[in-house]
Ligand binder design. Sequence first.
Ligand code: FAD
Length: 266
Amino acid sequence: MKIVVCVKQVPSSNEVKLDPKTNTIIREADKSVINPYDKFAIEEALKIKDNLKGEVIALSMGIPATEKILRDAMSRGCDRSVLLSDKKFAGADTLATAYTLSLGIKKIKNVSLIICGKMAIDGDTAQIGPELAETLKIPHITDVSEIIKISENEITCRKINDNGYSIIKMVLPAVITVVKDINLPRLPTIPGVLKSIHASFEIINAHNATANINRIGSTGSPTQVIDTFIPERKNVAIEIEGDIDKKIDFIGDIIKEIMYNGRIDN
Ligand SMILES: Cc1cc2nc3c(=O)[nH]c(=O)nc-3n(C[C@H](O)[C@H](O)[C@H](O)COP(=O)(O)OP(=O)(O)OC[C@H]3O[C@@H](n4cnc5c(N)ncnc54)[C@H](O)[C@@H]3O)c2cc1C
């Protein structure tokens, strides 16, 4: 089974810098990491490969320095990587990003499953998974917390809802987006790191991807960022009520939230 994992380069801290002229994120190679949710996507793909055999390919759209996170993906067990990189892709909104990623998937050929993280911790829209499925005209399930069953032709997933969960079955090829409760990602191994240092990977530009120029980059983006701002930070002290177990759970949840999101949402 051929599985593609979409991995995004995101700033390594929550000190996101914005370009005041373009209202876009300034991406610095040395301060970038794999989007935390995408590590769960990689792990799930590797688990499927362990059972069904096949190939796991990490796919990203980004600047050339995105190579760093693709090597990280390979050190964790991905077999190979594909980078969609071209100045013509710059300024893409989610629709143009999903279209561009779909071109990479078409180039890879015969992909059965595409796994994305639930969301990227910088862009935060959680739109890429569903938009990618729509662009490829294949089904999708978002917020997957468990793959209950998977075969060459279909997949059954547990999807987290606001009020509980749903069990959904769909045919492959398909897209899923995964939440952080789905697994515990394995760490890079020494052989994996060595392999990733010497690995070559495919870089696809707009021409090679046979991209429709009206659907990529800022030209292909129907939305525009009008304004951006960094929220003011306030130090707020809160008193945790309840017994010691409740207090420990509360603090544990805060630590988890910071580890995975780089911030606390509420
Ligand atoms: C109007 C507009 C203009 C923008 N201009 C720019 C710009 O000039 N430069 C810029 O860097 N960003 C720009 N962005 C941000 C960019 O569009 C988003 O970062 C990107 O579309 C992904 O959306 P997201 O971060 O919300 O991902 P989400 O939908 O939250 O991510 C979900 C999952 O999709 C996958 N995914 C997301 N992005 C990628 C990727 N690039 N490669 C591989 N997998 C991915 C990952 O698996 C991720 O976990 C712009 C956004 C908007 C709305």
